[in-house]
Design a protein around this ligand. Sequence first.
Ligand code: C2E
Ligand code: MG
Ligand code: MG
Ligand code: MG
Length: 279
Amino acid sequence: DAKRDGGGVMRFFEPALDEAARRRRMLELDLREAVAKGQFTLAFQPIFDLKAQRIGGFEALLRWHHPDRGWLSPVDFIPVAEETGLIVPIGEWVMREACRTATRWPEHVRIAVNVSALQFRSPGFQTVVLQALAISGLEPRRLEVEITESVFLDGEGPVVALLHRLRAMGVRVALDDFGTGYSSLSYLRSFPFDKIKIDRSFVTPVARDASAAAIVRAIIDLSAALRTDTTAEGVEDDEQLAVLTEQGCGSIQGYLFSRPVDAASTLELLATPLVRAAA
Ligand code: C2E
Ligand code: MG
Ligand code: MG
Ligand code: MG
């Protein structure tokens, strides 16, 4: 019967569960140490403004140099950082480091910072932003906070109020990974976002799939009607660029223009004449 089968299943899977739990626990301990020991760094990926034909900003992307496992991607550790609450101190470090780096760039160049739902809803978030701006001296209009729809899951009211407070400070707000959530359109009515980032899953097939092209066109037209900027994520080839340009997309981000680079290389990218701009 079920009970007997269950017992067998338990015996069979227990070591595997132990192993998964053990690895998770290890990662948590390592993450705690990583914050204290400064093992994090930021990569910066340029966002290319199609109208101005220049770099309009960079997105800060978190990297972790693990003492034994080498460089780890945020997708490998952000879920655990969120579950354990460690995303709050990590996110605070990201915000400060990103603002500090951006002060080295020309004034028209913005910094976009990813903020996870848990960090965004943590009580000190607004203070973290204020302090990062105050310490760095960065103009608030040069900071763009990227959130995803998941911030709204536990209720819209307080989130929308905080978005308006950030806006009142002069900070910009972008809606990241647009199109991958559940009810994107309703969130667009809740708050006038400064930017919509079209998720890579729509951008990748945009030049070969009529439905993807229609959806991207609809997002761009909708954004224009709402007076919201658009960035296409994950642009990797010229065919995608051609479609996005024709559709009136505001800016592109992706390997076609540049992979994420270290802080020093951002200055080189900003100083390099843009060959691609002429193409
Ligand atoms: P995201 O915010 O949507 O960031 C874009 C991701 O797409 C980055 O991955 C970037 O390296 C990657 N990407 C950019 N261009 C291309 C392309 O042309 N092709 C492909 N295949 N990928 C491209 P990354 O750096 O691994 O970050 C993954 C996710 O982790 C981010 O997605 C974001 O949700 C999260 N993340 C990164 N940094 C932070 C952070 O500081 N705080 C928080 N809370 N989350 C972060
Ligand atoms: Mg992002
Ligand atoms: Mg994104
Ligand atoms: Mg994405």
